[in-house]
Design a protein around this ligand. Structure first.
Ligand SMILES: [Zn+2]
Ligand SMILES: [Zn+2]
Length: 293
């Protein structure tokens, strides 16, 4: 349910009239009035308006004297940000609270007529619901290809392989192995991950030899299994993971390899960063929490 003030946001003529193309420019005249005060916004949220509820929980409450009230406004900003803000309408003698704003990122589906409405508006696409789906990988491959082939600073030649990499072999193999580099060149991906409390997967002097023969993918923690899947889906064979490619109980190996880490990450085709996961057992793929209006 949307209140009468939020209906203005759904009115494209009104919404587009507020659009500010210049990221650094704040034209107050383009702001569109929303509720006349925070109290009114709060009431509308209580009455069930979904957008007012979001605005209400994100904008700070007026403080100080009861007469301090704020006009609420909204504006469409570059990057498809529907920005809400409040103006101070307080009276003399009351310190002015900081000006506060918050934005909701709007997006439109690829085939939506909204995408051709106006230059620079509705350029954002909604996040995919399943990050491990084949269409998500198709998009990732397309992005990576565009990045490597059209951005001068991103183009990448083959570099000297790190001392050890995980050799993922054929994409259907259920096992992989630690490959010792003998000075050959190649391309690899790296993994940035939070180790968490589990360190069962580390390579040590005692399991090193066996790991050069094989590592069963099923025995790896979820985050590593997902990294293997990502590497394969993007069309690469080598993956570098610190805890597997550096012998963790060898001081000399660690000293030798840790100094190369910056270079290993810098020369990688891509770094898989596990932002959403707090440990090796949590996996990488996260379902998007997609709000719809
Ligand atoms: Zn509302
Ligand atoms: Zn690029």
């Amino acid at each position: 349910m949307f209140c009468v003030k939020c209906q203005d946001i759904l009115n494209l003529d009104v919404l587009l009239s507020t659009f500010e193309e210049d990221e650094d420019h704040y034209d107050e005249a383009k702001r569109h009035s929303h509720h006349e005060s925070f109290t009114a916004l709060e009431q509308s949220a209580k009455d069930g308006c979904e957008l007012c509820r979001m605005a209400c929980s994100s904008l700070p409450k007026p403080w100080g004297s009861k007469s301090v009230e704020r006009r609420i406004w909204f504006q469409l900003r570059p990057g498809d940000f529907l920005m809400f803000g409040s103006d101070f309408l307080g009276h003399r003698g009351v310190a002015e609270p900081p000006s506060d704003k918050f934005g909701i990122r709007l997006s439109a589906d690829q085939d939506s007529p909204l995408t051709t409405l106006k230059d620079g508006v509705f350029i954002s696409r909604p996040p995919m619901a399943d990050a491990s789906s084949s269409s998500a990988f198709e998009m990732a491959r397309y992005w990576l290809k565009t990045c490597l082939s059209t951005h001068p600073r991103c183009s990448l030649k083959e570099s000297l392989l790190p001392t050890r990499v995980l050799d993922l072999g054929d994409r259907h193999d259920t096992r992989l192995s630690l490959r010792r580099s003998t000075g050959e060149h190649g391309q690899w991906l790296t993994l940035s991950h939070c180790w968490g409390s589990s360190n069962t997967a580390i390579t040590t002097t005692s399991n090193f030899k066996a790991r050069c023969n094989e590592i069963q993918i099923a025995n790896l923690p979820a985050t590593f299994r997902d990294a293997v899947k990502i590497t394969r889906e993007l069309g690469y064979r080598y993956l570098w993971i610190d805890s597997l490619c550096i012998i963790q109980d060898s001081v000399s190996d660690w000293q030798m390899e840790s100094v190369k880490m910056a270079e290993i990450y810098a020369n990688a085709v891509l770094n898989i960063s596990t932002d959403a996961s707090g440990g090796a057992d949590e996996g990488i793929f996260e379902s998007a929490n997609r709000g719809e209006i």
